[in-house]
Design a protein around this ligand. Sequence first.
Ligand code: FAD
Ligand code: FES
Ligand code: FES
Length: 481
Amino acid sequence: MTTSKNKIQFLLGNKLTEIDFNSKKIPPTTTVLNYLRSLPNHKGVKEGCAEGDCGACTVVIAEESNNKLTYKSFDSCLIFLPSLHGKQLITVEDVGNSENLHPVQEALVDTHASQCGFCTPGITMSLFSIYKQDFIPSKEFIIDALTGNLCRCTGYKPIIEAAHKCCGEHNHDNFSENENETILKLQEIKKTSDNIAIDTGIQKYYLPTNLKTALQLRTDLPASTIINGGTDVALRVTKKNEIIPTIIDLSQTTGLKQITKTEKEWSIGTGISLEDVRVEVKEIFPALYEMLSVFGSKQIRNKATFGGNIGSASPIGDTTPVLMAYNSVLVLKNTKAEREIKLREFITGYRTTQMNHDELIIAVKIPIPNKTEIIKSYKISKRKDLDISTVSACFNLTKDEKSIVKDIFIVYGGMAATTSRATKTEKFLIGKQWNRENIEKAMKLIDEDFTPISDARSGAEARKIMARNLMMKFYNDTNKS
Ligand SMILES: Cc1cc2nc3c(=O)[nH]c(=O)nc-3n(C[C@H](O)[C@H](O)[C@H](O)COP(=O)(O)OP(=O)(O)OC[C@H]3O[C@@H](n4cnc5c(N)ncnc54)[C@H](O)[C@@H]3O)c2cc1C
Ligand code: FES
Ligand code: FES
């Protein structure tokens, strides 16, 4: 194992680029967006919001694994520079220019889909990420890939048309021509440098590539800030101008990126992106798939992780209720030992958990549900896409052949300081007939289970109504054939 001090290397387009954090006086928490905007030829990337909402800063990052490159779209306003180490950063300037348009750009021109100069570079990069997938995308896939690109002039139709026109199988472009060379260059970077450690005198930034190093850092630096995808923590820098003194960035820690599947359960590493989790779990954990499908945008899900969503213990974190409904178990580890704890017991209060200062959550174990369990998840937010929950709910119901409730687990997000169970309602329903009359009685009990607050997202009374109605929605959904 080598430790590389103060320097990172990546490809900017095809050009090997090195950043020495000491000599250039660049803080390691410089966002990729701000770095690009400081260069002479990369102004296509724009800052609209600096919080992952508009997509004007979208770039594509290619990553090498097993001699293959995967291309994904990201909001460059939420990525700190060190996490580019060993990757290829692609901006709209690298994709093509007016003399040599990329097929995606040609399609945007042909369908009259280019409207304003502020959003079009980001939209081009989202379409480019679809182009690099090597399959014919469905309309749903295209729309999902564009949810993170806001366009206020309502011009999505020609953009979707452009995607249909240019994206398909065996797509060819200058990137596929150079793919082998790019793979070799990225492998070379990773071979020569590992476990990046940056110390500028003001900030320390660690990028451990293996779990052992990550856990040792966690023990040695208990007051450090952990980041995984960084979609929560980055806002502390972009919105609050905070100078975070010490960061342990787990985004390249390979030990957090495995999925192990048995007949009993799946164990999902907490460093896997939520988009990769979403694609994997569709058939086996459909309620989790549904929730992840309305989680942020493609750019956010390409970065965000279970580690960050569970670790931050937000009362409106979307994965916690659904993982609780599946009765998931967290695996926590420090340098000496590993322990398991039920997610239903993990969160102790507003953003507090049972995790010790030297531990990391390394995996989430999700038991495969019995055939008799009916599990569903719901999210209410002001917008369908790219919005945080106002109220969310998840249910896990088992009833017998006579429709008597044998067991029910009901959990809500956004109704209390933590993700919370509706215990009185659960108790009332167990042993009762699963019918409309009892559901209406149960809906009234939800009011006794929670005293929600009013905030910018909703009034307390509206939250209660939403919670009651989600109960009824679940009942109706269980009666659908
Ligand atoms: C535009 C936008 C849209 C969003 N939409 C949603 C949404 O729809 N639903 C939703 O729930 N959230 C949403 N979020 C919030 C955020 O994306 C999620 O909470 C995400 O899952 C955080 O994951 P991360 O890996 O990026 O977290 P990070 O920022 O990397 O980490 C956050 C914190 O989690 C803890 N942590 C991270 N990894 C570990 C680990 N392995 N072990 C222990 N602790 C750890 C640390 O304390 C860390 O400081 C959104 C955010 C943005 C900016
Ligand atoms: S600037 Fe709006 S998403 Fe990055
Ligand atoms: S393309 Fe910019 S607002 Fe529509």
